[in-house]
Design a protein around this ligand. Structure first.
Ligand code: UDP
Ligand code: MG
Length: 341
């Protein structure tokens, strides 16, 4: 494989139903650009036939195809981080495997990168997702704009372009749970945003459940901002002040109406107050736990992902189409990533 000018990164998790359609549009679109490119597919521990389909595609187009096979499901953003570390081109573009963003638009991102922008963000024109996803996403985008210094109009769209300097900075980050577009943005010197098309999933269903979407947004909020933590302290202080004031008022009122004859007692809606405060305490604990959990994960220095194998062709030894995958020139096992230890 000669030195590519463009690396296209595609995370794949249980996408067997749509991969062929992706190949059918992706390769012609990239060939039409007329530049040397490589595609890095990362199989993120799929349970379906995705890995086998990717391996077959590697056999068909070993000149431009590389496949990273994760040993388990480490998440879309870890898959992208792994591909970044293996990428070789000056321009890197990430794209989902489900054809929600048309591969034919890759050329537009390349053009922006060539103009000297080092971060090409995208905004989905007429987003084709459920109403719930659209509204929730709008709300989260707004909160993130206010609490972090990251200014991305449409954070959910993963079809983005990055210049080598930004990719290198992302590679230097050893974060365990992160959100690549936001992380990359913090290193961009000349970011730009363009509008791109958005279609419904070509096949299969979204790989994000309601729960994993919540997890992802917690990652986004806590990885880039300590405002949630500060907010909890502020609410805590406010509540303490309010309860002290309430206490003073209640006691004064009793002293004035009944004098000291009843002694000191507290009955004022104690149960409701207790419920309320318990909720606040639990919420605060949970949020602090989010940070502590991350610190814990970080200090363990565990490998963030484990690559089982890397399918790529050697420089001179391109396999003939009928060679088997396990031939030594095309298949090499990779040690787990232990950079952090
Ligand atoms: N994906 C992944 N690992 C995961 C979840 C998703 O690699 O744990 C991939 C998935 O195969 C797809 C991309 O990430 O290529 C985006 O996922 P999806 O389309 O399900 O997300 P949505 O568009 O619903 O936000
Ligand atoms: Mg999608």
């Amino acid at each position: 494989m000669s030195q590519p000018q463009l690396t296209v990164v595609i995370p794949v998790y249980n996408e067997e139903a749509g991969l062929q359609r992706l190949f059918d549009r992706l390769y012609p679109a990239l060939d039409a650009l007329g530049i040397a490119y490589e595609i890095i597919f990362v199989n993120d521990g799929s349970r379906d036939r995705s890995a086998a389909i990717l391996a077959e595609q590697f056999r068909l187009r070993p000149d431009v195809t590389r496949v990273l096979l994760f040993a388990a499901n480490f998440g879309q953003h870890m898959a992208i981080m792994a591909a970044f570390e293996h990428s070789r081109a000056d321009m890197v573009i990430t794209l989902d495997a489900d054809l929600q963003n048309p591969p034919e638009e890759i050329g537009r991102l390349v053009a922006m990168l060539r103009e000297g922008y080092d971060y090409v963000g995208t905004i989905r024109r007429q987003r084709q997702d459920s109403a719930f996803r659209r509204y929730a996403s709008r709300l989260i985008n707004r909160i993130r704009e206010k609490t972090t210094r990251i200014h991305i109009t449409d954070q959910g769209c993963m079809f983005r372009g990055y210049a080598r300097n930004v990719v290198e900075m992302v590679n230097a980050c050893h974060e365990v749970s992160t959100f690549v577009p936001a992380l990359a943005y913090t290193f961009a010197r000349r970011p730009v945003e363009i509008e791109v098309g958005h279609e419904e999933r070509a096949a299969g269903e979204s790989k994000y459940s309601f729960y994993s979407l919540i997890r992802l947004n917690f990652d986004l909020m806590t990885a880039f901002s300590v405002v949630p933590l500060q907010l909890v302290s502020l609410i805590g202080m406010l509540l303490s002040a309010v309860s002290v004031a309430t206490y003073v008022i209640v006691i004064l009122e009793r002293l004035l109406t009944r004098g000291l004859s009843d002694g000191i007692y507290v009955v004022w809606d104690r149960d409701i107050l207790n419920f309320f405060l318990t909720g606040v305490v639990l919420f605060s604990l949970g949020l602090i736990g989010e940070y502590v959990g991350r610190i814990y994960q970080q200090v363990r220095h565990r490998p963030r992902y484990v690559v089982e194998a890397l399918l790529e062709s050697g420089d001179r030894t391109l396999p003939s189409p009928d060679s088997t995958l396990s031939a030594p020139t095309t298949f090499r096992a990779v040690q787990p990533n232990r950079r952090n230890s």
